[in-house]
Design a protein around this ligand. Structure first.
Ligand SMILES: NC(=O)c1ccc[n+]([C@@H]2O[C@H](COP(=O)([O-])OP(=O)(O)OC[C@H]3O[C@@H](n4cnc5c(N)ncnc54)[C@H](O)[C@@H]3O)[C@@H](O)[C@H]2O)c1
Length: 461
């Protein structure tokens, strides 16, 4: 199997391929060629497109974001862990083309949908991106084409919502005229040993023939496939995986507070517990949940469960605990400042790590934003440092921070803050320098463990 591990970045090798037309692209046959459209070229869709392209498929990448399409056409990457050379290879050998033109779907054997599935402002599922995509692809869908949804969502989205929108707008019938399937993505951003090709992939079909077709497609690019009996089982599997994570993180977050009150370090406890060779899996506490999956996906299930008169108490409780974690960190910041006869109001505070998890540039739903907001609301002067996020982009949730820039990493800058708050523990941050240069540290990630620090300098949170 071919993986898509990025190679060293070499921007000088960029070429302008904007003139390659789709007709020329499709004519440039490859052995065992299959044409796959991937809709939504983000953190999930782009690596998947590259994986298919490198395994012999012709890949048409579709996105509504023209900036992404232009970047890919010029072999540029907008995702940190995907090197431009990886894109250039598949653009140059005509395995991959990016476009905004949905009519090109007429020419493909399969369509894979990887669009966002956020929550709306009432924290309910927003599947409008899936519905819009269904409407956009339907007029061009040909008989016999396979449509696979990969976006994380509640059971029933594929065989109810997506099926009905495609059938209405195409006049074709799922299971008879076109194939329909669901296959959840299992991306692990920031984990260098996580490679699309080697992560087993669950696949569920609308009919047995749909499943067979989907297995045929994915077996081109993925080593291990896990067929299940329906789209709903595949959708429910993904929600179990993410709920499992959310609930277990809530458990250690709660234990962090309880053990801290007892004078026990929860990280030491977890490290000891994880030596048990069976029946235990280590999860780590933090300042709250972030990212596009764990804080969101379980609530897709909660919402759908109500339709069946069911309640998801574990999910609600875990959500409550995880959402309260930034308040706990603020409380510890107040303690640390109090120790220095200071208040939050008027203090200069530095958040270290804006991304929601280590070693990624993805700051969606990051609890660091919640910390910035809560501390600002209490009258602190707040800044952030993150080598992966030099400037904050405009977000729907926190538009007030758009344009804010990461401070520089030097002793003068760090000394100018009353406290540094470690919210994300990127491995390329020098925490010994942080100890040497900062006046005080509130550590929500145990990043200072084992380093030389001064007395009363570090407060775990
Ligand atoms: N990021 C992860 O680690 C991860 C892991 C597993 C599953 N997922 C799930 O995969 C899905 C996609 O997540 P992501 O992180 O790749 O999101 P993303 O925001 O990085 O990418 C989504 C892409 O879809 C595009 N898009 C939006 N509407 C569109 C439309 N109507 N037509 C075409 N393109 C459109 C956006 O421009 C964007 O490029 C979500 O359901 C998410 O929950 C994400």
């Amino acid at each position: 199997m071919i993986d898509i591990t990025p190679v060293t970045s070499n921007p000088s090798a960029l070429v302008d391929s904007t003139t390659v037309s789709f007709t020329e692209f499709i004519k440039h046959e490859k052995p065992k060629s299959m044409t796959v459209a991937v809709i939504g070229l983000g953190y999930v869709g782009l690596p998947l497109s590259l994986q298919f392209a490198r395994c012999g498929a012709k890949v048409l990448g579709l996105d509504v974001d023209t900036a992404k399409v232009e970047a890919l056409t010029a072999s540029q990457s907008y995702i940190k862990h995907i090197a431009p050379e990886t894109i250039k290879t598949v653009v140059d050998d005509k395995s991959f083309i990016a476009s905004t033109d949905f009519s090109l779907i007429r020419n493909v054997d399969a369509v894979i949908i990887c669009v966002p599935t956020p929550l709306n402002k009432n924290r309910e599922p927003d599947i409008s991106y899936i519905i819009e995509t269904g409407k956009a692809l339907a007029p061009y869908l040909q008989k016999g084409t396979l449509v696979v949804l990969e976006s994380t969502t509640y059971p029933g989205t594929t065989d109810e919502d997506l099926r009905s929108v495609i059938e209405t707008h195409s006049g074709l019938k799922a299971g008879t005229d076109f194939h329909l399937a669901f296959s959840p993505e299992r991306e692990d951003p920031g984990n260098p040993s996580s490679v699309v090709a080697t992560i087993p992939k669950v696949v569920g079909g609308y009919t047995p023939a749909c499943l067979k077709k989907a297995i045929e497609l994915y077996s081109m690019a993925i080593k291990t496939l896990v067929p299940v009996s329906s789209c709903r089982v595949a959708e429910a599997t993904k929600l179990l995986e993410n709920t499992f994570r959310g609930v277990n993180i809530a458990l250690v977050n709660e234990l962090k507070i309880v053990y801290s009150a007892m004078g026990i370090d929860v990280w030491e406890v977890i490290n000891a517990a994880k030596t048990k060779p069976f029946g235990f899996m280590a999860f780590y506490p933090g300042p709250g949940l972030g990212g596009h999956c764990i804080p969101i996906d379980p609530f897709y299930l909660t919402w759908k469960a109500r339709e069946y008169g069911q309640h998801t108490r574990f999910i609600e409780l875990a959500g409550e605990i995880n959402t309260a974690m930034p308040d706990y960190v603020v409380h510890r910041i107040a303690d640390a400042l109090n120790d220095r006869s200071k208040a939050i109001k008027g203090s200069r505070l530095l958040i270290v790590g804006l991304a929601y998890k280590p070693n990624v540039d993805d700051e969606r739903e990051s609890p660091s934003y919640v910390l910035l907001e809560k501390l600002q609301n209490r009258g602190a002067e707040v800044a952030y440092y993150d080598p992966y996020v030099p400037v904050i982009k405009l977000t729907r949730e926190h538009p007030q921070f758009a344009g804010m820039r990461s401070v520089s990493w030097d002793s003068d800058t760090l000394q100018s803050f009353d406290l540094a708050i470690i919210a994300t523990n990127h491995s390329n941050v020098n925490y010994q320098q942080l100890s040497d240069w900062s006046n005080g540290i509130v550590d929500s990630r145990n990043a200072m463990s084992g380093l030389k620090t001064k007395a009363h300098q570090v407060w775990k949170a």
